[in-house]
Design a protein around this ligand. Structure first.
Ligand SMILES: NC(=O)c1ccc[n+]([C@@H]2O[C@H](COP(=O)([O-])OP(=O)(O)OC[C@H]3O[C@@H](n4cnc5c(N)ncnc54)[C@H](O)[C@@H]3O)[C@@H](O)[C@H]2O)c1
Ligand SMILES: NC(=O)c1ccc[n+]([C@@H]2O[C@H](COP(=O)([O-])OP(=O)(O)OC[C@H]3O[C@@H](n4cnc5c(N)ncnc54)[C@H](O)[C@@H]3O)[C@@H](O)[C@H]2O)c1
Lengths: 209, 209
């Protein structure tokens, strides 16, 4: 089982490689990737060889080939259909975010339980009524694989269970609740506070010096 | 210099410890923290001893004491004043998010450049006109330490430079641009795509088996 920390490193390597490619650099060493990513050289080489990428001794890696390989590993060469559940402030922002399309993630439906919102337009989509049946239809008929949960914390656990019952295997959760799901469900809980802790850690440390 | 990966691990340990504390468990071993966090036991012990936390041989750590220690290290025992720049869909969601107050992060001002938005109310705040001078005032007079950037990608670099000139030392950036800032600035760029890559990586892997 690959840990989240490992997957995150792969995402980081990819982003560094894309930056290198933009600068028209063709070859890169693991030491350079390590420096750019702020990750130990031994870890970089371990990760890349684990996923089957062997650099050329004395030459390093081809930045383009390695980036392509990472994209395949991260599933970025495929199309992904997602359903957005909860079209409040956050859901509204997520549904309009152009960045998802760049990663081949496309919302095929946006669902909410608020009668005042159902039927309203958001971007080019119509908000549909949330129900276990609607979820099933998105998963089975429309082939959606990923459910994005942007409902209040009090609702998230129940929505999560219904999402799994509907057949979804992937969940990106934004609600601040701890979810303990079956092993086979790919879950990622976005915790914006962690982003802020990176900052307060450093500001705190600098003020102590 | 402590890497982002290390800080993230500390945040994860803290969350696992809070869960343990909620379950009224008093003592925890590094092996248990490792298992709950999906991080190697050797790494957990290395991190905790680096930050001065020594468990009791044969007994493990006091969950409450360790959590308190991590909170101090992560700066969570302090109050932080933040400024939000860009009150579009995402900014609106961020300004309304109750989760920040729980982490002692308080938006003391929300700024935008759109005349249609300036003067409008958002929650209990009034949107003020964005300018380098306004930033300086927030930083110097009001003591804001963290700037949260939620403007379009095309504006982010310039806003970032003005934020640094105004004296901010911490930035949480949501715009999808690569920012290369001076070492002394604590920067965290939130990349939601990384969250989705955790899911597509796993869904991709499962479909290959
Ligand atoms: N706003 C942020 O920046 C932010 C950041 C991080 C996390 N979050 C979390 O994301 C979630 C959404 O935040 P928000 O600010 O958009 O809240 P919100 O209250 O504006 O939106 C919640 C939406 O979910 C809908 N909803 C409630 N129960 C539902 C159900 N069973 N099925 C379908 N839809 C349902 C509501 O009708 C509403 O439209 C919350 O859990 C919040 O803690 C928000
Ligand atoms: N919407 C999302 O879920 C999401 C997710 C990840 C990242 N992002 C990124 O966050 C940013 C904001 O996204 P959004 O969907 O809210 O966009 P938006 O266009 O709705 O909002 C941008 C806001 O920034 C303001 N602005 C523009 N230039 C400014 C300046 N110089 N100073 C102050 N304010 C300025 C605009 O007036 C507008 O209110 C974008 O860079 C986007 O790529 C958004």
């Amino acid at each position: 089982k690959i840990s989240n920390a490992t997957i995150r490193r792969l995402s980081i390597y990819l982003r560094q490689l894309e930056e290198i490619i933009d600068e028209k650099i063709e070859t890169v060493s693991s030491a350079e990737i390590a420096k750019m990513s702020a990750i130990k050289d031994t870890q970089v080489r371990k990760d890349l060889s684990f996923f089957g990428s062997f650099g050329v001794r004395g030459r390093g890696y081809s930045a383009k080939e390695l980036a392509e390989k990472l994209k395949i590993i991260l599933g970025l060469n495929k199309e992904w259909k997602a359903v957005l559940i909860g079209v409040g402030s956050l859901g509204k922002a997520l549904s309009g975010y152009k960045g998802f399309a760049k990663h081949n993630i496309n919302f095929i439906a946006v669902l909410d339980s608020d009668p005042a919102k159902i039927g309203a337009h958001i971007g080019d989509k119509v908000i549909e009524r949330y129900s276990a049946a609607a979820l099933k239809e998105c998963c089975e008929k429309s082939g959606a694989q990923i459910a994005v949960i942007a409902v209040p914390a009090s609702e998230a656990k129940k929505v999560c269970e219904e999402v799994i019952q509907a057949g979804f295997k992937g969940i990106v959760n934004f609600a601040p609740v701890r979810l303990h799901l079956p092993e086979e469900i790919a879950l990622y809980s976005v915790d914006l506070a962690i982003s802020f802790e990176h900052i307060t850690f450093k500001l705190n440390r600098n003020s102590d010096e």
